[in-house]
Design a protein around this ligand. Sequence first.
Ligand SMILES: CC(=O)N[C@@H]([C@@H](O)[C@H](O)[C@H](O)CO)[C@@H](O)CC(=O)C(=O)O
Length: 305
Amino acid sequence: MKPYNLEQFRGIIIALYASYDEQGEINTDAVRRLARYYASTGVKGLYVGGSSGEGMLQTVEERTGILAAVMEEVGHELTIIAHVGAAATRDSVALAKHAEEVGAHAVSAVPAIYYRLSPDSVEGHWQAIIDSTSLPFIIYHIPQTTGFQLSKGLLMKMASQEKVIGVKISAESTFELQQFKAAGGSEFLVFNGPDEQYLAGRSIGADGGIGGTYGVMPELFLKIEQCYVAGQMREAQEWQFKVNELIVQLLSFPSLYGACKAILKLRGYDIGEPRMPLLPCTAGDQGRIEELNTRIMTLVKLAKA
Ligand SMILES: CC(=O)N[C@@H]([C@@H](O)[C@H](O)[C@H](O)CO)[C@@H](O)CC(=O)C(=O)O
């Protein structure tokens, strides 16, 4: 039996966007404001420094600064998972140790990036992170960006350790998700990654989801979850379809994160622009951003009615 409270990880976990100031430097005040807003929505937690958090575009020092700000602001209210993935194992270990120091609830990591790594190498990387703290560990499987295809064999080997409590699967195959859930066993958590498939992921075994687009519409994912738990599958499906139309729109901008940041800015959360090479929205996109924000807010009202 895993010696952790797994309940605290089940549900909607927002992959937190990075917050920058006008010069492109980390803006911890904006980090705090955004985290505070999310704490008021009823979500379960935050995933800090992942893809949406642009962790791979930041220094170790910047990443620790963001996590510390999140922990101080909402660490006692929300479950905080610190993504510590990096190109170098020693950086991931430093980030994991810091996450434990500031009281994060778990650490998570992609395979080390850039080099084409063997399964043994990825295992060694993850093991070094796991051994460096007493925190639970969540594997982050996102083969479309890392190029590493996690096998069921390696997953099972990792899952057999007490500290390895789950996998966040951003691959688009819900079959793979179900297979990982079956391989990991009942005590092993599986987090749905593709927001477009939140309901499909839940239906086939996911314990919850970690997603980037949740950040501009947490209420709508909470609605899908609420309908799913109540057994109202038709309604849950209708909400997922509405959300998917919004995601298609979000994906039509120069970058997804640029679009999400532009939307949050309209709502009074100025978290800057994504870091290069990720593209920001342009002045020419503003009209469509405003329209999309209005559509989201209309649906949020409906979901809450
Ligand atoms: C490839 C990718 O970035 N996937 C996202 C999704 O939230 C994704 O943005 C969404 O499904 C829209 O396609 C998440 O799985 C990743 C994530 O939440 C994170 O680490 O920030």
